[in-house]
Design a protein around this ligand. Structure first.
Ligand SMILES: [Zn+2]
Length: 310
């Protein structure tokens, strides 16, 4: 099914037409989590043929000044969420392709052996989707009771160390992704504000440089989160709502295309049409209405990213 769709998109010229119509003068942002250097190299080769790499700072500058002419044609920003330890293996690629991604860090997880909670045996047994939907204190309690307390060190370190982060400052920018990666919509007002505000100050204290870009965990946000981000002084906030960014886009609601970490280049070109993410969003929304939250079978693996990232 995937191959058929990929072939259709390629041979119909739909992907190329859409790039010409949409991506020429609007910013494409792609979202990774924990790709291997081998897969990312193939992706970067493909991007380099069709886009021009730019930075989130440059995009924020264009949005703030209206000087979109300072961005290259077909501008594309690479972002990586969470701060997975294997991101350090990507530094050479960023140098080789002369690009500067933004890596969004969880300030309470990097530099520790605390787990990314959705990548634990406890989360597997309870169900990640269920955990995303319960009030945040209950999520923590359920995980702790099942043996993977998200606030305690696990057996294996999953995140980058502060040293590794510091060593990559010449090839990457760092943004904020909350302190502990809760689903912000499930937090009370105070925890929501702390997760957004303290993440910035903790990262700036550690890195000694400004941290003005934010990414919503799991892409979830409401007006409350956006207002908190504005108050905390961020320049941009990135969602995973599929689409391109232009002068009409709110910098605190940047759109982006989630890319599965292990996807083929053929399917990558399909993901950048926005169709899979759009279908997934529609189906998840439909599932919310029809099943009270559980993702039904027909939501299907075709549109669900394989990577463990959220
Ligand atoms: Zn994340």
């Amino acid at each position: 099914m995937k191959n058929t769709i990929a072939t259709l998109v390629r041979w119909s010229g739909f992907g190329a037409l859409q790039r010409f119509l949409k991506a020429r003068h609007a910013v494409t942002i792609v979202v990774y989590h924990d790709p291997t250097p081998e897969v990312l190299r193939e992706h970067l080769r493909w991007y380099a043929k069709h886009y021009s790499f730019t930075t989130l700072d440059a995009v924020a500058g264009a949005m703030e000044t209206g000087r979109w002419d300072r961005l290259p044609a077909y501008p594309l920003v690479i972002t990586l969420d969470d701060g997975h330890r294997n991101n350090t293996a990507l530094a050479a690629l960023f140098r080789e392709f002369d690009l500067r991604p933004t890596i969004y860090l969880c300030s309470g997880i990097v530099g520790t052996a605390r787990p990314y909670w959705w990548k634990t045996a406890a989360a597997d047994s309870i169900g990640v989707e269920r955990l995303k939907r319960v009030p945040d204190p209950e999520r923590r309690r359920l995980l702790a009771e099942a043996g993977d307390d998200p606030d305690r060190d696990g057996a294996d370190r999953q995140a980058m160390t502060w040293d590794e982060i510091a060593r990559m400052t010449d090839v990457a920018d760092y943004g904020a992704h909350t302190r502990t990666h809760p689903i912000l919509l499930r937090c009370d007002d105070r925890d929501c504000a702390d997760e957004i505000t303290l993440c910035r100050t903790e990262l700036e204290d550690r890195l000694g440089q400004p941290c003005r870009h934010f990414a919503f965990p799991n892409g979830d946000f409401s007006d409350r989160e956006v207002e908190e981000i504005r108050r905390a002084g961020y320049r941009t906030a990135r969602s995973i709502d599929p689409g391109w960014n232009d002068a009409a886009t709110d910098p605190l609601r940047l759109k982006a295309f989630p890319v599965s970490d292990d996807v083929t280049v053929d399917w990558l070109s399909v993901q950048l049409t926005g169709i899979p993410a759009w279908l997934r969003k529609r189906r998840t929304a439909a599932a919310d209405v029809s099943t009270g939250g559980a993702t039904p079978e027909w939501a299907g693996p075709m549109v669900k990213p394989k990577s463990a990232g959220i």
